[in-house]
Design a protein around this ligand. Structure first.
Ligand code: GLA
Ligand code: ZN
Length: 674
């Protein structure tokens, strides 16, 4: 049976199991490294990520390299039948380098330059840092080209953050010149006659800063675009030698979910496989916790996994980091309850991951991550609960090897768009407290997750024609081409769900004239005249119309955002406000457009409304659930398929036995593909 997708690297078929391994912290302890190699097979580990923060051990002074220790590890991995995900070390720079070349240190928005320390804080424009990174990467590639253990390049680590140094300011201006051509176009796009902010010379343009500009939203969004583009440019520069010297070795960068500082849609085409680091806050309750504890945490993790799968149009991805037990950076770092480790890991596989990888293999003795969970604890042996659970999962993953390369097929999608998030986070007005774009998208995704209906998470630039149902909540920014794509999708028979806060600004954050939702107005069949934000604790009601056709009945609570819309072009009103001076005006409309349908949700409704709406639409469209019988909330099914066999993962995220599973239990059923 041919798999829908080839392995990331055919040198290691099946599911990868392992994680970040830092022998460079133990070079004076060969006994510990010997122990690691005794323990790897006991844990069922077949791959480790090495060299992520090894720069000082690889280049102890400018131009003085030492690869002997890494040679030893790579050779030993090969002898053990294991593989290496080999990192480039640019995620943390040596002290000698910061001292010798201070330009590599980042400047904060205040323009104050960092001292040496921490990590993930180099200037991505600095020619010196680019040269140093390229030099060491060239040596790594030359040295390990053809090495039988070399499986995948892990370029840098969790790129992120921004630099406001003079070099970056200059690079920003060049980027703007390329985007706008002339200052007139920039001034127009940024609406700079506001507060007399017109620029008359390029040198006046500066990145946003608490000491300086914070009121020009076009600037703020272009700065984010620049930071993304410049970080990506740094990645391309440092990975160029890897591409040319080891063309057969795939490349990844480890991403961070919906991390707002980068737009991963620009990165995905530049890596061979998407990978990401997943740290859900399991077992959180009390202050600020998700409404339904682990069920909602699981639904959020599902959203992020689906996003990562969508970045390469469904191609399997890698869970690059996860913790075997607790982390060390959340306000409270709870242990995973028995069973949760396997469940959380298999959830990633169910959503398309071809790996379960950890941060970290072994706890270090000192510094910031000494209390971060690891496969091997300070006690040093395999007789721990965590090690046993990891080893047990290792055996299970071996038995699921055939799942690697299979596909998740989704007929529904919830759009999550980075640039829209930037614009929503940035604007002044309406209500601040409840303005959480990501949560809005998660709630629409959750409605389908609760019925175990597979869902992709594209951004607004993607082609949507392969879906039957698309929800695009809060699509505040409409970029060129988006309205046309959405229009085509609906005309050809698609069902689209839009909400309040849609179609308000263009890609420069300039408001559309002629009535919101701007270029979506005709498609949506509404004119959104006003938006009434509510204070915390204030609420209204959505009252479904009789015969709404969706089975909506009884009142639903709405709060925070109440838009006042006029149906147009024959749109029907399916629910109205129950209270306040706008009682009786539409909260939910339906507009037939071409062969398709557009629903418009004018207020921020409780989850139950979103569930009922999305599930009714999914039912009408005949969208398949991975599990036929209705499952209790917190029990979820997801399927991967090779076209012949479906692998159905049934997962219980509750602390009670349910659907034949123990608390935090998971099972995988093989079925004939439908
Ligand atoms: C990130 C980093 C790792 C480690 C973990 C801890 O994901 O990439 O190096 O610090 O967090 O959870
Ligand atoms: Zn800089």
């Amino acid at each position: 049976m041919r798999k829908p997708y080839p392995p990331v690297n055919s040198a290691l078929a099946g599911l990868w199991h392992g994680g970040d391994y830092n022998p460079d912290q133990w070079l004076d302890r060969p006994d510990v490294i010997d122990e690691d190699f005794r323990l790897f097979p006991l844990a069922g580990v077949n791959v480790v990520s090495v060299g992520i923060f090894s720069w000082t051990r690889l280049e102890s002074e400018d131009g003085v390299y030492d690869f002997a220790w890494l040679d030893g590890i790579m050779d030993r991995l090969d002898r053990a039948g294991m593989k290496a995900i080999l990192a480039t070390p640019s995620g943390a720079k040596p002290a000698w380098m910061s001292q010798k070349y201070p330009e590599i240190l980042r400047c904060a928005p205040s323009r104050v330059r960092d001292l040496h320390g921490g990590r993930h804080n180099h200037c991505y424009t600095s020619p010196v840092y680019r040269r140093k990174a390229t030099e060491i990467n060239t040596r790594l590639a030359e040295r390990y080209k053809g090495h039988p253990a070399l499986l995948l390049w892990h370029v840098s680590n969790e790129y992120g953050g921004e630099c406001h140094c003079p070099l970056c300011q200059e690079a920003f201006r060049s980027w703007l010149k390329a985007r706008y051509g002339g200052l007139d176009a920039l001034n127009a796009a940024w609406w700079t006659d506001f507060w007399s902010h017109r620029y008359t010379d390029w040198s006046q343009v500066e990145s946003p800063s608490p000491q300086g500009e914070g009121s020009v939203h076009g600037l703020a969004i272009d700065w984010k675009r620049f930071v993304d583009a410049q970080s990506l440019d740094f990645f391309l520069a440092e990975s160029a030698p890897l591409r040319s010297i080891t063309p057969g070795v795939p490349i990844t960068v480890n991403m961070m979910g919906t991390y707002p500082g980068l737009n991963y849609w620009n990165w995905a085409p530049r890596v061979d496989v998407v990978s990401w680091d997943n740290y859900p806050q399991w077992h959180r309750s009390g202050d600020g916790a998700p409404a339904r504890g682990d069920a909602d945490v699981a639904s959020y993790a599902a959203f992020l996994h689906d996003l990562n799968r969508s970045l390469k149009a469904g191609k399997p991805w890698l869970l690059m980091e996860s913790t075997p037990s607790q982390v060390n950076w959340q306000p409270v770092n709870r242990l995973k309850k028995p069973g949760m480790h396997a469940l959380s890991s298999l959830q990633a596989v169910a959503h398309g991951s071809d790996s379960v990888l950890y941060f970290q293999w072994r706890k270090g003795r000192g510094a910031a991550e000494k209390f971060h969970g690891a496969v091997v604890d300070h006690v040093g042996h395999e007789g721990t609960r965590v090690f046993r659970e990891v080893a047990e999962l290792g055996r299970e993953l071996k038995g699921l090897a055939e799942v690697a390369g299979t596909a998740v097929r989704a007929e529904a999608a919830v759009v999550y768009d980075w640039e829209t998030r930037w614009a929503i986070d940035e604007f002044f007005g309406f209500a601040k407290a409840e303005r959480n774009y990501e949560r809005a998208c998660v709630e629409f995704h959750r409605a389908l997750w609760r019925r175990s209906i597979a869902c992709d998470v594209p951004n607004q630039d993607q082609d949507l024609d392969r879906y039957k149902l698309v929800a695009a909540p809060w699509l505040y920014m409409i970029k060129p081409g988006t309205a046309e794509r959405l229009d085509r999708f609906v005309r050809n028979g698609g069902t689209l769900v839009l909400t309040f806060l849609s179609g308000m600004v263009n890609e420069s954050d300039l408001c559309f004239e002629g009535g919101f939702p701007g270029p979506l107005r005709e498609l949506a069949g509404v004119w959104a005249e006003e938006l009434d934000p509510l204070w915390g604790g204030q609420a209204n009601r959505a009252v479904p119309a009789k015969g709404n056709g969706l089975g909506l009945s009884g009142d639903y609570a709405v709060d925070s955002f109440c838009e006042l819309v006029h149906p147009e072009g024959g749109a029907e009103v399916l629910a109205t406000y129950g209270d306040d001076w706008y009682a009786g005006r539409p909260v939910l409309t339906r507009h037939r457009h071409g062969k398709g349908t557009v629903y418009y949700v004018a207020a921020k409704a409780e989850q139950r409304f979103t569930d009922d709406l999305m599930q009714a639409i999914a039912r009408d469209l005949g969208l398949a659930s991975a599990w036929e019988e209705k499952l209790p909330i917190g029990v979820n099914a997801q399927a991967r398929s090779d076209g012949e066999t479906d692998y159905v993962f049934l997962m219980n995220f509750t602390d009670e036995a349910a659907a034949g599973l123990p608390p935090f239990g998971c099972k995988v059923e093989r079925r004939k593909a439908r």
